[in-house]
Design a protein around this ligand. Structure first.
Ligand SMILES: [Ca+2]
Ligand SMILES: [Ca+2]
Ligand SMILES: [Ca+2]
Length: 311
């Protein structure tokens, strides 16, 4: 892109330099062209096209499979030699940079392409962290930032497991990587989408190093899907990546209440809502691994219940 920009910059300067040699009408045309070129090339650099797309910062035991994935979500190549990736420790409440990664040798990243950094040198990433293990802090409330090397302005920011002031877009994501099961990370879903709100943009999902974030929270390589569903319209799923029980009923209108019971009949939690066509709710089951639960939904149409086993 630099070469292309230089060529266009040269064309722009040439047009201006030779203005005295052309008629005013031609000059006006040239001026229009020059400024259109200028606007297209320089005035609106699409820095926001590069995003932090996925982070796997925590694994069972020693964190030896950490990675960071960047994505070019724009329509033109992005020069990665212009940026630096900062790792930011937020444990004190103030961001303290504990790692910085950049290189003049980082390539142009094609539109839609991914650039990955790993701790494990054998993981096939595009660049390496300085440490093979524990190169990305586990939170709560740490951050990663992409800045421009030229002026340290932010290209993208992610504050995770809470909001670290100065390093969050909107609210820091509450999505938290899993240190009890492999193959989970936090990532943008839908892939690459940046609404400038970390908490809206990131979910816990199956890791997808260097590839599209599928948003799959169930079918990770090490996951056993525990799903018991039968009745049409009422579904209950568990999301092992986030320990959530997902419940949905459709069609449903008006008052809807979800109740979750333990197998001995004790009510664990209730949630009421007003539905317009469909109702869904997610409940964090926390540490109830392996437990059998009863999920009941009550609507004006009646009551249904399902069993679900937490993984
Ligand atoms: Ca870590
Ligand atoms: Ca992980
Ligand atoms: Ca990915």
């Amino acid at each position: 892109m630099e070469h292309a920009q230089n060529a266009q910059a040269h064309a722009f300067c040439t047009l201006i330099t030779f203005r005295s040699n052309i008629t005013s009408e031609l000059y006006t045309m040239a001026q229009r062209y020059a400024f259109a070129l200028l606007a297209a090339t320089f005035a609106f650099p699409a820095f926001s096209q590069l995003v932090i797309n996925e982070v796997d910062y925590d694994q069972p035991g020693s964190d030896a499979a950490e990675f960071l994935e960047l994505k070019n979500t724009g329509t033109s190549p992005f020069d990665l030699s212009t940026i630096a990736v900062l790792m930011v420790n937020g444990s004190s409440g103030t961001g303290v940079v504990y790692g910085s990664y950049f290189s003049d040798d980082w390539p142009m990243l094609a539109p839609g392409a991914y650039f990955t950094l790993c701790g494990d040198p054998n993981a096939g990433c595009d660049a390496q962290f300085t440490a093979a293990t524990n190169a990305i802090q586990n939170g709560p409330t740490d951050a990663i930032a992409i800045i421009l090397r030229s002026d340290s302005s932010f290209v993208d920011r992610l504050s995770y497991e809470g909001t670290l002031n100065g390093y969050a877009e909107g609210t820091g994501t509450e999505a938290a990587d899993d240190n009890t099961r492999d193959s989970r990370s936090i990532g943008r879903f839908p892939d690459g989408v940046d609404t400038d709100d970390n908490n809206a943009d990131f979910i816990v999902m199956c890791s997808t190093l260097g590839t599209t974030n599928s948003g799959d929270t169930l079918d990770c390589a090490t996951t056993v899907i525990s799903e018991i569903t039968s009745e049409q319209g009422f579904s209950v799923l568990v999301d092992p990546a986030s320990d959530r029980v997902l419940m949905a009923i459709s069609p449903a209108s008006g008052e809807v209440r979800f109740d979750v019971f333990s197998v001995d009949g004790a009510l664990l939690v209730s949630h009421s809502m007003t539905a317009t066509g469909k109702a869904d709710w997610a409940w964090n089951a926390g540490t109830l691994h392996g437990r059998l639960l009863i999920v009941r939904v009550s609507t004006a149409m009646g009551t249904k219940a399902k069993r679900v086993v937490l993984p």
